[in-house]
Design a protein around this ligand. Structure first.
Ligand code: NOJ
Length: 569
C-alpha cells in the first residue's frame, strides 16, 4: 500500500454559513472561521474542506455559483479569504475548496449570455434541447423536486438542471467549458489552496441522446440518471493533466450514483483521476427503496454489508472516504445512534466504528460535539430548498400527509446539519450577536464546545484522542479490514491487520446490554480507546467491573449500551 499524506490526514468540513459569524449579520463568515482555527488545531485535524464561499445568489446556499473568482459578500472579501488561507497554513492546516462545476447559477454571466439566443457564443456552455411532443425533452427529475428541465421562452427551448432551475447544468462535452473550468481551478491553486472536493462530479458527462429513466415516487426519473456517464473518466484524466498534477493536491469526488466498479476508476491508486470518492450507499440504508423521505430505522446488518463491501472492494486498488455526516445529511447520533441518555456514548461509538476503518476520515462541523437533529416545528422553520420543495410536492400530490412529511423532515432534512455551530451556552449558542439565518438547536445550553473543551470525558476529547491514535498507529490508517459477526443485529465488530499489528474494534449499536466474546488472541492486547470509563475485558489492564471478574480470562464481555472498544495487539 502506497503511503500518502492525504491517507493519513483527517478532514474537517466547514459549512461557512453556520460556523461562526464575526459581524453580527446572523450569517457565518470567513473572519469567523479564521477566529476559530485554534479550536480546529486543538481538535487535531489536518485539512479543512470549505463548503462554497463563492459569489452566489444563494438559491442553494452557495452551491449555485455566479462568479467562481469572487467571494460571497455575506462571507466577506477576497482579502478575508487570503487572510484565512494564510492563517490556516500557519496552523499547519490545509484548505480544500468546494468545486461546483456540474452546474453554475443562472445568474452566472455565461448563462445570462447563453439564454439570449441560439447563436450566442455561450449557447453551447449549457445543455439546451427543444420540446419533445410539446413537453420536456425527457423524464428526468430535478434533485429538488419537479422536472430537470426549464422552458425558456426567449429561444423556445428547455435547459437542463439536475438541481434547482437556478442551477443550469454545464455542457462538459464542449471543450471550451472544460478549459474555462481548468483555468479557474489553476487560479485557485496559484492562490495556494491545497485541493478540491468536487460536487456531484459523477454527473458531468451526459449520454448524448439523454435517454428516459425509470420514474420514482413523484413521477420523474432520479437526478442520478446521468451518473458515471460515457466520458466522465476522460474529463477527469484531462483535469488531472491540466490542473491537478501541478501540485500535491488532495481531491475527493462527490460521486452520487457511484458503483464500486466505477469508484475503482475514479479513485484508482495510479493517480490518474481523483484520490478518493464519496459514495452514498451507506446513506441509503434507512431509505425506503429509492425514496429518502422516510423515518425507517436502518438494520445494522445492511450497514455492515455496505461498509464491508467498500472496505474490501477498494482494498489495494483505491481509497475510501469515511463519513457519517455532511451538510446534506442529518446528524448521525439521531440517525444511527441515540438522541437521549446515550447521546454521548453513541456519538463516541459511531466515531470509533467509522474512524478506525480504512480511508480518510471526514468530520462534519459539530459532529465532534455529538450535535443532534433539530426539533423543527413547522415547515416555516426550514431554509433548505430540497426540504421545502419536497414537502409541497409530495403533500400536494397526496403521496404523504403533512404530518408524515414533517416527521420525515425532522429525521432526514439537510437543515438538521445546518443549524448554527454550538460554541457556548450564551445567546444563539455564541454563533452570532445578531439574528441567526436559521434557528439554533435549543439543546445548545447542554451541547456546546465550551463545555466540552472543559470536560475531560467529552465527545470532543474523544474525537481528539481518535485523531491522535490514527497518527500513532499505522494499522489504523493502512491495515486491511475484516468483518466479524456479519449476522449480529447489535454489534459491529471488525479487525484491521498490518503485518504483525492487529486491531480489534467492537461497537454496540444497541441501547440494551449485549454479549460479546473477545477473540482469544486479543486477550493479550492493549485497550487503545473505549467510550466507557474502565475496561470490562477480562485479563486486560484496567479491569474494573465486578461481572468481568467472574469470567476472568474467558474473553466474555457484556457490552453496555452503545459501548465501543478498540484493542491493539
Ligand atoms: C451536492 C451538494 O453537496 C449539495 O449540497 C448541493 O445541493 C448539490 N450537490 C448541488 O450542488
Amino acid at each position: 500500500m502506497e503511503k500518502k499524506w492525504w491517507k493519513e490526514s483527517v478532514v474537517y468540513q466547514i459549512y461557512p454559513r453556520s460556523f461562526c459569524d464575526s459581524n453580527g449579520d446572523g450569517i457565518g463568515d470567513l473572519k469567523g472561521i479564521t477566529s476559530r482555527l485554534d479550536y480546529l488545531k486543538e481538535l487535531g485535524i489536518d485539512v479543512i474542506w470549505l463548503s462554497p464561499v463563492y459569489q452566489s445568489p444563494n438559491d442553494d446556499n452557495g452551491y449555485d455559483i455566479s462568479d467562481y473568482q469572487a467571494v460571497m459578500e455575506e462571507f466577506g472579501t477576497m482579502e478575508d479569504f487570503d487572510e484565512m488561507l494564510a492563517a490556516a497554513h500557519k496552523h499547519d492546516i490545509k484548505l480544500v475548496m468546494d468545486l461546483v462545476v456540474n452546474h453554475t447559477s443562472d445568474e452566472h454571466r455565461w448563462f445570462v449570455e447563453s439564454r439570449k439566443s441560439v447563436d450566442n457564443p455561450y449557447r453551447d456552455y449549457y445543455i439546451w434541447r427543444p420540446a419533445k411532443d410539446g413537453k420536456e425533452p425527457n423524464n428526468w427529475g430535478s434533485c429538488f423536486s419537479g422536472p430537470a428541465w426549464e422552458y425558456d421562452p426567449e429561444t423556445d427551448m428547455y435547459y437542463l438542471h439536475l438541481f434547482s432551475k437556478k442551477q443550469p447544468d454545464l455542457n462538459w462535452d464542449n471543450p471550451v467549458v472544460r478549459e474555462e473550468v481548468f483555468q479557474m481551478m489553476n487560479w485557485w491553486l496559484d492562490k495556494g489552496v491545497d485541493g478540491f472536493r468536487m460536487d456531484v462530479i459523477s454527473l458531468i458527462s451526459k449520454k448524448p441522446d439523454l435517454p428516459d429513466g425509470v420514474p420514482g415516487i413523484n413521477g420523474y426519473a432520479s437526478f442520478n440518471e446521468p451518473a458515471n456517464g460515457p466520458r466522465v473518466h476522460e474529463y477527469l484524466q484531462e483535469m488531472r493533466q491540466k490542473v491537478l498534477d501541478r501540485a500535491d493536491t488532495i481531491t475527493v469526488g462527490e460521486c452520487s450514483g457511484v458503483t464500486l466498479e466505477e469508484a475503482k476508476k475514479y479513485a484508482r491508486s495510479d493517480g490518474k483521476e481523483l484520490n478518493m470518492v464519496f459514495q452514498f450507499e451507506h446513506m441509503d440504508v434507512d431509505a425506503d427503496g429509492t425514496n429518502k423521505w422516510s423515518d425507517k430505522k436502518m438494520d445494522l446488518r445492511d450497514l455492515k454489508e455496505v461498509m464491508t463491501k467498500w472496505q474490501k472492494g477498494l482494498e489495494d486498488i483505491a481509497w475510501n472516504s469515511l463519513f457519517w455526516e455532511n451538510h446534506d445529511q442529518p446528524r448521525c447520533v439521531s440517525r444511527f445512534g441515540n438522541n437521549g441518555v446515550y447521546r454521548e456514548a453513541s456519538a463516541k461509538m459511531l466515531a470509533t466504528c467509522l474512524y478506525m476503518m480504512q480511508g480518510t476520515p471526514y468530520i462534519y462541523q459539530g459532529q465532534e460535539l455529538g450535535m443532534t437533529n433539530v426539533p423543527f416545528e413547522n415547515i416555516e422553520d426550514f431554509r433548505d430548498l430540497d426540504s421545502i420543495n419536497a414537502y409541497y410536492e409530495l403533500t400536494g400530490q397526496g403521496v404523504f400527509s403533512k404530518e408524515e412529511m414533517m416527521r420525515f423532515l425532522r429525521y432526514k432534512s439537510r437543515d438538521n446539519a445546518r443549524t448554527p455551530f454550538q460554541w457556548n451556552d450564551k445567546e444563539n449558542a455564541g454563533f452570532t450577536s445578531g439574528t441567526p439565518w436559521i434557528m439554533v438547536n435549543p439543546n445548545y445550553k447542554e451541547i456546546n464546545a465550551e463545555e466540552q473543551l472543559a470536560r475531560e470525558d467529552s465527545v470532543f476529547h474523544y474525537f481528539q484522542k481518535l485523531i491522535r491514535l490514527r497518527k500513532e498507529h499505522e494499522v489504523i490508517v493502512y491495515g486491511t479490514y475484516d468483518l466479524l459477526l456479519p449476522d449480529s443485529k447489535e454489534i459491529y465488530a471488525y479487525t484491521r491487520t498490518l503485518g504483525e499489528q492487529k486491531l480489534l474494534v467492537v461497537c454496540s449499536f444497541s441501547a440494551e446490554q449485549v454479549d460479546f466474546e473477545i477473540p482469544a488472541e486479543f486477550l493479550k492486547g492493549e485497550i487503545l480507546i473505549q467510550n466507557y470509563a474502565g475496561s470490562r475485558v477480562p485479563g486486560m489492564d484496567g479491569l474494573s467491573s465486578p461481572e468481568s471478574e467472574n469470567v476472568e480470562q474467558s474473553g466474555h464481555m457484556t457490552l453496555r449500551p452503545y459501548e465501543a472498544i478498540a484493542v491493539l495487539l
